[in-house]
Design a protein around this ligand. Structure first.
Ligand SMILES: *[C@@H]1O[C@H](CO)[C@@H](O)[C@H](O)[C@H]1NC(C)=O
Ligand SMILES: *[C@@H]1O[C@H](CO)[C@@H](O)[C@H](O)[C@H]1NC(C)=O
Ligand SMILES: *[C@@H]1O[C@H](CO)[C@@H](O)[C@H](O)[C@H]1NC(C)=O
Ligand SMILES: *[C@@H]1O[C@H](CO)[C@@H](O)[C@H](O)[C@H]1NC(C)=O
Length: 490
């Protein structure tokens, strides 16, 4: 028992070290070495497994030997029969779950903070320019002065934002301290362990989890401002297809699902982890009772959602039960290449998930082919509400959803960018110009996963990930352009 606990302590302190290593991002987190797939190469990524020497502890790491990924609990040892030991093990597992979650959060926050810091520099420069301009007014025209003021006022919400993100970071730090405290308590308690101790620990852990949840909800949503370089996870399958991971935020299911092709396919491959998928090993095959259409499938809370071949019927398939749990027609939705995305491929209906639930992108003749977004009940598949984005569906390359905002790309070909966004909360749209590198020149699937916070794409037979930078959107009470500028020229 004590050996297991000592090991736990070691792993926790490693995690703290890693949490401080700010430059790490998603691929490394899931055990992939990003350096072997620099942008512009199609090199495959190979993950390395470092099995522990004793007690079956296993730590997955990247190729540089940094242990960053997941830890498997040890096999039961000699004192496994002792109920206290079982409880202790449960607590250890809890702490590990929480610390994995925390790591993820720390890294996300760090990314956001870095983005904000550079914005703050811009703000500082602007303000200095403005001050010097005010001191030497004769050197500036009224017009340029007004332009400067406007720029400054545009940047001002960043200050509020920065403060908030800093608070989030502080909160994470306190969660991390708490976690270390629990680790120390565990070490101290290993000799004289009572039910009371156990209850105290349980309480501390549930508080810790509450903190983490509140942190998550702060950090999960934001407005897309940039897309990272692509990371090629694997090259497999045909030119068109789709691959995905569980999207339910509460889940820690790391299986990868692959559905190759867009026409009449029925074979779904299941890989136990992203590492297995990257190296193409350990998969099992499921056969769906109905063929699918397009590439707009999604896995949510243990079910695979897809649209049926040559129909507008949506299917909910239970991955555990291996059976169809629900089928329902999406009313008036075009299918069979009536309103596909720009690349065709029967991509008329695209299912997706954000932090709040299940959605479908589709179109109908009655609406003149504009891209519609409908919120679906995840069990009954009934439409709860629909929005008309006004964007022509056949001109859209792809669409993905982040916290109720739908982002639409203008092409599936090189030069594609995120050109449009539609906010369901306010029923408004904006044109955007967010570039990304379409490395293999033909995107047939693009989906955001709110749990892993990455964009998944199928690009010409390559399975690719992108990371996103999300900006938190702050509503101020007063209109910015007027409050802070007492304009003497007015
Ligand atoms: C840790 O997460 C895994 C995966 O969701 C879950 O099966 C397990 O019950 C969790 N352990 C604890 C103690 O919460
Ligand atoms: C996920 O499924 C479980 C039962 O399988 C259910 O209790 C839970 O509410 C579901 N979660 C969501 C977010 O739908
Ligand atoms: C779907 O399209 C194919 C090819 O255009 C056609 O042969 C088939 O009859 C269509 N099916 C339905 C149900 O419209
Ligand atoms: C500008 O406005 C601020 C706050 O509204 C006020 O405190 C300040 O005196 C004003 N400055 C001038 C030059 O009017």
């Amino acid at each position: 028992m004590s050996a297991a606990l000592l090991k736990l302590g070691a792993v926790l302190s490693t995690m703290v070290l890693i949490s401080n290593w700010m430059s790490q991002n998603l691929p490394a987190l899931v055990g992939l070495d990003q350096h072997t797939a620099a942008p512009g190469t199609s090199e495959k990524i190979i993950s390395v497994l470092y099995p522990g020497q004793d007690e079956g502890w296993q730590v997955y790491g990247s190729a540089q030997g940094r242990c960053v990924c997941s830890i498997k609990t040890p096999v039961p040892d000699a004192c496994a029969g002792d109920p206290r030991h079982t409880r202790l093990q449960q607590i250890s597992a809890h702490v590990l779950n929480v610390s994995e979650h925390m790591q993820l959060l720390t890294r996300r926050t760090a990314g956001d903070l870095q983005e904000l810091r550079s914005s703050e520099t811009i703000l500082d420069t602007l303000e200095k320019t403005l001050t010097s301009a005010q001191q030497n007014p004769q050197e500036l025209s009224d017009r340029s002065l007004q332009e400067l003021r406007w720029s400054v006022s545009q940047c001002r919400p960043l200050r509020v934002l920065l403060t908030r993100v800093r608070a989030d970071v502080a909160q994470l730090d306190s969660v991390r301290d708490e976690l270390q405290g629990i680790s120390v308590s565990l070490s101290l308690l290993q000799e004289r362990f009572t039910l009371q101790h156990y209850q105290q620990l349980q309480q501390r852990i549930s508080i810790l989890q509450q903190h983490l949840h509140s942190c998550s909800s702060h950090l999960g949503c934001g407005q897309l401002i940039s897309i990272s370089a692509p990371l090629t996870v694997r090259s497999s399958g045909s030119r068109f297809g789709s691959w995905m991971m569980e999207t339910s935020i509460e889940s820690s299911d790391n299986r990868v699902w692959v559905m190759d092709g867009y026409l009449k396919g029925r074979r779904v491959l299941e890989y136990p982890s992203l590492q297995d998928f990257a190296s193409g090993q350990n998969y099992i095959v499921h056969h769906l009772p109905h063929a699918w259409a397009g590439t707009g499938h999604v896995v949510f809370n243990g079910s695979l959602y897809y649209s049926k071949h040559q129909s507008s019927v949506l299917v909910r398939y239970g991955l555990a039960s291996g059976s169809v749990l629900q089928q329902r027609e999406l009313p008036d939705a075009g299918f069979n290449n009536t309103f596909p995305y720009s690349w065709g491929g029967a991509s008329d209906i695209d299912l997706m998930v954000d932090g709040s639930g299940l959605w479908a992108v589709h179109s109908s003749a009655g609406r003149g082919g504009t891209l519609l977004l409908s919120r679906l009940h995840p069990l009954s598949l009934q439409v709860l509400r629909s929005w008309d984005t006004g964007f022509p569906k056949r001109s859209a390359g792809e669409a993905f959803l982040i916290c109720g905002t739908l982002y639409i790309t203008d092409s599936h070909l090189p030069g594609a960018k995120v050109a449009f966004r539609f906010h369901t909360h306010t029923h408004t749209y904006q044109y955007t110009d967010i570039a990304f590198h379409n490395q293999y020149s033909h995107i047939s699937m693009l989906d955001y996963n709110p749990r892993t916070r990455a964009l998944y794409t199928w690009n010409n037979g390559q399975q690719v990930l992108y990371q996103l930078t999300l900006m938190h959107y702050i509503h101020t009470h007063t209109p910015l352009t007027h409050t802070h500028t007492n304009d003497t020229h007015a």
